[in-house]
Design a protein around this ligand. Structure first.
Ligand SMILES: [Mn+2]
Length: 321
């Protein structure tokens, strides 16, 4: 972290970015850092390969430059990649990976990127917590904008302080942020209870087709590209559907299959106590211990079959060890 603090203090120009299809933690981390660096008088851009989800609306989201065609000119700027490794920034990765001035801050265990200004800590609940610590070290004063951004990131990655990654310290940081005028009820509603009619109907369809195996310990949902088309929903902004599979009381591993485009299936895993990150990495994916995913090429039926057979073996192995 010291090398990162020095790199920030010693330079003036920064481009902040995060993973494709940004979530509340990546958005909150980017904006919290953006407002903090502006306070220090730095010149700063926030860029993303994809727009923020439509249900989110908090101060600063409109400052994010959405660049579906990639980043053309990075000049002398330092690139700060948050909440993922540089290769997961979508189309932006093409340009930014050529830079030798990359700062990477992340809490994903599988992040394999390493340089002198990389800081990865998989015990952190959210990248927003890591940005909070960084801003404190830089002497930044918390403002309503910074606090709102970081709060949204923490709330997003802890499921509203419900997941196992929430600690007493997480709550203390959130409490401190709330003292700076965060409209927490609005943020929580935006993240957890603000869906389009189309999404709700898709959810109804997904729930009525919920499947299970191994006496209900494995529960999954399958949505084809056609399903998303039929309900008028974007497959890329529906990752939270997996939470509903996880709610089944017998479920040990919950899986969501989304055919994001014909021939490409995004697979999401959740568990309350089994290391699904290890299962995801068997399939070329990654993530956290209790929340992970993979992107797999193939027809939906094929991918479902492959993943379920791996998941059955994995669950049997883990439960008998
Ligand atoms: Mn995160």
């Amino acid at each position: 972290m010291n090398a990162i603090i020095h790199a920030i203090k010693d330079h003036e120009e920064f481009i902040i970015t995060s993973h494709e299809h940004p979530d509340p933690d990546s958005l909150g981390s980017m904006l919290g850092l953006y407002f903090g660096l502006k306070q220090l008088g730095k010149s700063c851009r926030v860029v993303s390969s994809d727009p923020p989800p439509e249900n989110l609306d908090w101060p600063g989201l409109d400052l994010i430059e959405v660049l579906p065609d990639g980043l053309d000119n990075i000049g002398d700027a330092w690139i700060i990649v948050l909440d993922c490794e540089p290769s997961r920034t979508g189309i932006l990765s093409v340009t930014l990976q050529q830079s030798d001035r990359i700062i990477n801050i992340d809490h994903h265990r599988g992040n394999a990127y390493r340089n002198p200004t990389t800081h990865i800590n998989s015990t952190e609940a959210a990248t927003a917590v890591m940005v909070y610590r960084l801003l404190k070290s830089l002497g930044v004063t918390l403002t309503r904008e910074i606090a709102t951004s970081l709060y949204a990131g923490i709330v997003g990655d802890t499921g509203g302080f419900r997941y196992a990654n929430t600690t007493a310290e997480t709550l203390m940081i959130a409490a401190e942020l709330m003292q700076h005028g965060v409209d927490h009820a609005s943020i929580n509603r935006q993240i957890f209870a603000s869906q389009s009619m189309e999404f709700m109907k898709l959810l109804g369809y997904a729930l009525s087709n919920l499947k299970s195996d191994l006496d209900g310990r494995l529960v999954w949902m399958e949505l084809s590209y056609d399903d998303f088309q039929r309900f008028g929903t974007d497959p890329n902004t529906t990752d939270q559907l997996v939470q509903y599979a996880r709610m089944v009381n017998s479920a040990v591993i919950a899986i969501l299959f989304r055919e994001a485009s014909p021939g490409e299936v995004r697979v999401g895993f959740r568990s309350d106590y089994i290391d699904v990150g290890a299962l995801a990495s068997q399939l070329g994916g990654g993530g956290h211990r209790l929340a992970a995913g993979a992107k797999i090429q193939g027809r939906l039926e094929e991918v479902v079959e492959l993943v379920l057979s791996k998941a059955r073996n994995y669950l049997n192995e883990v439960e008998h060890s």
